[in-house]
Design a protein around this ligand. Structure first.
Ligand code: AMP
Length: 471
């Protein structure tokens, strides 16, 4: 079969497989990784994961067009961890087997977090090499070699120049947010780094967009790659009809009932901030004669599956969920998303409303906003670069009021709650646990993180590497 036809066939096979994937169990991922996914309560692969994981496991090069928020980190981290677990070997001194390049210190820290989370039941040595912190600790960490090195290009080259790191053992290179790396002027650094890598390697490139410069970079660095793409978050937002209903906190339950009675609903997903809140809303709806169920982390796996099954089949048309529980909900045909509470992290709003308008469909997202949530609303509008039309709660009847400005005086509490977000809430890792130290800020953070990593993956019997590495 000619190479091009072979490639098309491979992509079609991967897509076909991806479209029929319902669970992580459909992949032949190492059990320890599956356990970590269960710990994280990941039930279903996201579209980029479903498409990417089998391709990476097959050893092919890949270009993934996907934005942050699509689950792309796990899309490469999971098959890479699987590879490390499947072929344990002693890493050479001053070397790494997997090199992940990202444009910023923050993103690098998040990627390291993901490797640590998904690899928590494996013995994988992962480390960070980012600028802005002293090199000494990074040099010492690299002395014995690491399995995974997550780095920003500038610091990586500094480490190579000072002979703290050699790149001749790299088996797999990941370029994350390639378009941003180009925007930030890393192109020459990237070329220098790639020139030092073995020709025999797997290369994975992720980028939110595919401008010509990225295509050229890919042509230079990747070998016969398979291209996968998922819809950018923004295009989903554009397809959703969004409305804000201003109300006070006490009026929200009645307003919700009103909305659900007035709208023509196929399936509605209602978001609540807390598990307790989700239960309370569901109970209130049932009392009002609206069939509803709640899904959240306190429910057993069985209960969750039962409720989801009923929602999928249309037996229950209204599902109340927390953000965490909703991550695993893979249901088409959600006509309405209702934010009973507005999220304090604006990106969460985008993820929530993306539950409707799937697969090219259109959907409606209605948010109940009380006085204390006006600051959240402003942040959301800034992120999505639009003013969400205000509605008086009656279907398709919008008022001309500008939502955020319509509240004469934002309550003091709103400011306080927004401030809280930059405090403890912002310090949550993407996996919902508090970060033990700010990422990439100082060398102490690096030592701490690395030390914890090594402790977390301390040798246990015949594990991944089959040998004990010094700390
Ligand atoms: P990313 O696009 O890699 O930044 O991931 C976005 C968020 O989605 C992160 O908070 C991940 O923890 C979460 N996530 C990734 N994959 C899944 C999944 N299959 N199920 C639920 N959450 C996920």
């Amino acid at each position: 079969m000619p190479a091009a036809a072979y490639r098309v066939a491979a992509v079609q096979r991967a897509r076909k497989k991806a479209s029929s994937l319902a669970s992580f169990h459909d992949f032949t991922l190492n059990d320890a990784i599956k356990r970590a996914l269960a710990d994280e309560k990941y039930l279903t692969p996201t579209p980029i994961q479903a498409q990417t994981i089998p391709i990476v496991m097959s050893g092919r090069d890949l270009i993934g067009i996907a934005q942050t928020g699509t689950g792309k980190t796990a899309a490469f981290a999971l098959p890479i961890l699987h590879r490390l677990a499947a072929s344990p070997r002693l890493t050479a001194r001053k070397s790494c087997r997997i090199l992940v390049l990202s444009p910023t210190r923050e993103l690098s820290g998040q990627i390291l977090d993901s490797f640590r989370t998904y690899g928590r039941h494996l013995r994988v040595r992962a480390a960070l090499a980012i600028g802005g912190v002293a090199m000494g600790t990074q040099v010492r960490t690299l002395l014995n070699g690491v399995d995974v090195l997550v780095a920003t290009p500038g610091r990586l080259l500094d480490l190579v120049k000072s002979d703290a790191l050699r790149l001749g053992e790299v088996e797999c290179l990941v370029l994350d947010e390639a378009d941003r790396m180009l925007d930030m002027g890393f192109i020459h650094d990237l070329r220098k780094i790639v020139a030092k890598l073995p020709v025999q390697r797997q290369t994975l490139m992720f980028s939110a967009t595919m401008p010509r410069a990225i295509a050229e970079l890919a042509a230079h660095m990747l070998r016969d790659p398979i291209k996968v793409a998922v819809a950018p978050v923004a295009s989903t937002v554009d397809r959703v009809e969004q409305r804000i209903i201003r109300t006070d906190r006490a009026g929200k339950p009645a307003m919700l009932i009103d909305v659900l009675r007035r709208e023509t609903i196929d399936r509605a997903l209602i978001f609540a901030r807390t598990k307790h809140g989700a239960d309370k809303i569901a109970r209130g709806l049932i009392r009002a004669g609206i069939d509803a169920a709640a899904i959240h982390g306190n429910k057993s796996q069985n209960q969750r599956e039962r409720v989801l099954g009923a929602f999928r089949k249309g037996e229950v048309r209204t599902l109340v969920a927390t953000d965490i529980a909703a991550r695993g909900i893979d249901v088409d045909g959600i006509s309405h998303v209702v934010n009973f509470d507005l999220p304090n992290v604006p990106e969460t709003y985008v993820h929530r409303i993306g539950r409707t308008a799937r697969a090219g469909a259109e959907g409606v997202a209605i948010s109940l906003c009380d006085h204390e949530e006006v600051a959240f609303l402003r942040d959301i509008e800034k992120l999505i670069r639009m003013t969400i039309p205000a509605s008086d709660g009656r279907a398709n009847q919008r008022s001309a009021l500008s939502p955020a400005s319509a509240f004469a005086k934002p309550a003091v509490n709103a400011k306080r709650r927004r401030k809280d977000r930059t405090g403890p809430a912002r310090k949550q890792s993407r996996h919902g646990r508090p970060n033990e130290a700010p990422r990439g800020i100082d060398s102490v953070a690096f030592i701490h993180r690395t030390a914890r990593l090594e402790r977390d993956h301390a040798p246990r019997g015949q594990g991944l590497a089959g040998h004990s590495k010094g700390t």
